[in-house]
Design a protein around this ligand. Structure first.
Ligand SMILES: [Zn+2]
Length: 88
């Protein structure tokens, strides 16, 4: 994934999203988000699944607002070693 999207997403999320793993809602592929294909020559930024080409994420700035569309992913998960499970 190219840096422009990572930079934009790091403004929203308090973690490095490129290390997160997402599941494509179209084909079920589970990949690190950094493997997504980035398209910048469109309104906003679009990340597509490297397997099926399905849109995983859209990020658009318009009218002083930011739209983040994540419906192309079933889930997004990331390791959080700083938050250990309590074991209870
Ligand atoms: Zn896919």
């Amino acid at each position: 994934m190219a840096m422009p999207l990572a930079g934009e997403l790091n403004r929203i999320f308090a973690f490095d999203i490129t290390t997160a793993e997402g599941k494509c809602s179209n084909c079920g592929a589970r990949r690190h988000f950094a493997e997504a294909h980035l398209y910048v020559k469109c309104p906003g930024l679009v990340a597509r699944c490297s397997d099926s080409g399905h849109v995983l994420l859209r990020l658009v700035h318009a009218g002083g607002r930011l739209l983040l569309d994540l419906r192309g992913m079933t889930y997004l998960t990331l390791d959080t070693p700083q938050f250990q499970d309590s074991g209870r």
